[in-house]
Design a protein around this ligand. Structure first.
Ligand SMILES: Nc1ncnc2c1ncn2[C@@H]1O[C@H](COP(=O)(O)OP(=O)(O)OP(=O)(O)O)[C@@H](O)[C@H]1O
Length: 234
């Protein structure tokens, strides 16, 4: 159910908990993680290695469901614990852009085709997808690499293509897991600023896991994760 009040939030998580394994090998990777991200808000998620940041992000990204708790996207309950309340694959494709630490581009498709295919899978015509793909690559400063295979691009260029791909379907939620780890500080900052711009232009909610304290001024809100628990927003 979509209510006006809920629709103000791009992302809401309620008491997300994730337990991996059982018995002796049980790990509580995330405990009662509650966050609200407004449309147009850019959130930084900080915290030491192993604190549960990726677990949180992949739960919100509908890749790795929580053991309990709820994920609500634009007012729609999508995950109730591990139970899917909608077709997760379709929902993800339409509403969520995910950027990983490594670009994960398809190696046998050109940069442009990597962006294009995300739109074609979403029902866009080849012509429209091709046009937007070029616009996005241009926006990200890699239009001159459009015809190249990923293996011919630098790490930073690959990452910018991955960002273009994540933006292709105009997602209402953008999630990025250390997207600038492979970039120099200048390019890293550019990517962070781009997220802020996209969040504001498209009214998307953005969560970025980052260790890069130099770009924190770009974010509206910061959360810290420690031992699976989220701090209050700062
Ligand atoms: N598939 C899994 N099976 C068992 N334990 C896991 C699994 N994935 C993560 N964990 C554990 O859950 C905890 C949180 O891991 P997570 O990857 O979410 O942390 P993180 O903050 O993203 O770390 P990093 O910054 O190093 O990527 C860690 O103790 C980790 O070992």
């Amino acid at each position: 159910m979509i209510t006006n009040q809920n629709a103000l939030f791009a992302i809401e998580t309620e008491l997300l908990t994730k337990v991996y394994g059982s018995g002796n090998t049980e790990v509580v990777a995330m405990k009662d993680a509650t966050m609200k991200v407004r449309q147009g808000e850019v959130v930084a998620l900080l915290g030491p290695s192993g604190s549960g940041k990726s677990t949180f992000l992949t739960a919100v990204g509908l890749i790795n469901p929580p053991s309990s708790g709820r994920v609500i996207i634009r007012g729609q309950l999508v995950l109730d614990g591990a139970e899917a309340k909608t077709n997760l694959r379709t929902f993800r494709r339409q509403h969520i852009g995910f950027i990983f630490q490594k670009s994960n581009l398809i190696p046998f498709l050109s940069a442009a085709e990597n962006v294009q295919i995300a739109m074609e899978l979403n029902g866009e015509s080849r012509r429209a997808a091709s046009k937007r793909s070029m616009e996005l690559l241009d926006y990200l400063g890699v239009a001159d690499r459009a015809k190249n295979l990923p293996s011919m691009l630098s790490g930073g260029q690959q990452q910018r293509v991955a960002v273009a791909r994540a933006l292709a379907n105009r997602p209402s939620v953008i999630l990025a897991d250390e997207p600038t780890a492979a970039l120099d500080s200048h390019r890293g900052r550019q990517v962070m600023e781009l997220f802020a711009q996209v969040a504001h232009d498209q009214q998307a909610g953005v969560i970025v896991v980052t260790h890069d304290h130099r770009s924190l001024d770009v974010f509206d809100t910061q959360y810290e994760m420690e031992d699976g628990r989220l701090s209050s927003p700062k």
